[in-house]
Design a protein around this ligand. Structure first.
Ligand code: ADP
Length: 273
């Protein structure tokens, strides 16, 4: 397997003067199992994420996206290389990392507010302060008035919004999102993608978003990192210079199409080097 070229590494890892790196990943590798059952899931991945940046990792199924996210969430230790949050090695789950999974994992016996407040209850944080923040965030994602409802009374899109609010409750240093809209129907998915951009423009939280949808990657990302499989390496990485807020109509423009073509070329092994 060819190693990622130096030019591609530079594009992924390039720091911007004056803005702090929240995440720094250096020559990160992960191999599952041993002997004949060894699977090299990631090989020598390097990139950085700046404060307030929205970075999307896109790649096909099996290219190591979830593995990368689990390492950054502190749920898996790398076989080699380093992953740092604000200059500190990530050695286990931490409070200042928010994670949104494919399905929101809500407790059916807790109300919307009860689910959002769960991390705060577990950690015995100031209830009044956290509840004010929870209600504010719920209002921002269009769930004002649904605080006392139960998950079964909500649509899939609304449940996923609850998951996002819960992950944001602590004001995390970074929000890790693992294909958060992939279980939703196409129209809800598009609506939530636009909504996520709006929320992000308001709060400017640092985001690492993982997807296998090329259009979603280009729509959401300040920067797109293309992961190619077996083992997962960076095929290309580039800034998306489309003005925000981006509308769904932007997807029909020639500029958008050029970014999509660039991702496809990288996935086909013809990435810019
Ligand atoms: P993605 O999220 O891009 O679909 P994953 O990170 O889940 O990819 O998986 C990357 C590769 O590692 C795949 O080939 C997958 O089969 C393998 N893999 C994932 N988890 C394990 C595991 N626990 N044990 C062995 N192999 C695994």
């Amino acid at each position: 397997m060819p190693r990622q070229s130096d030019a591609t590494v530079d594009a992924a890892a390039r720091p911007v003067p004056g803005s702090a790196n929240v995440i720094a990943v250096h020559r990160l590798s992960l191999t599952y199992g041993s002997g004949a059952s060894r699977v090299a899931a990631l090989r020598e991945i390097s990139f950085q994420i700046r404060d307030g940046e929205f970075v999307v990792v896109v790649g096909p199924s099996g290219c190591g996206k979830s593995t990368l996210l689990k390492i950054l969430a502190g749920l898996l230790a790398p076989s080699d290389g380093t992953a740092e949050l604000k200059g500190e090695p990530i050695t286990g789950p931490r409070r200042d990392i928010g994670v949104v999974f494919q399905t929101p994992v809500l407790f059916p016996w807790r109300t919307v507010l009860g689910n959002v407040m769960l991390p705060s209850d577990v950690q015995r944080l100031d209830r009044a302060v956290m509840q004010r923040r929870a209600l504010d965030l719920l209002g921002q994602v269009g769930l004002g008035g649904f605080e006392r409802r139960y998950p079964r009374e909500l649509s899939g899109g609304m449940q996923q919004r609850v998951g996002i609010v819960r992950a944001l409750l602590h004001d995390p240093a970074i929000l890790l999102m693992d294909e958060p809209f992939s279980a939703l129907d196409a129209m809800t998915r598009e609506a939530l993608t636009v909504e996520l951009q709006r929320m992000w423009l308001q709060r400017r939280v640092t985001v690492l978003f993982i997807t296998h949808s090329i259009a979603e990657a280009v729509f959401l990302g300040d920067r797109v990192i293309v992961l190619t499989p077996r083992p997962g390496t960076i095929g290309d990485a580039f800034e998306v210079e489309l003005p925000r807020p981006r509308t769904l109509d932007a997807m029909n423009t020639e500029r958008f199409g050029r970014y999509v073509a660039r991702v496809r070329a990288a996935l086909a092994g013809k990435g810019a080097a």
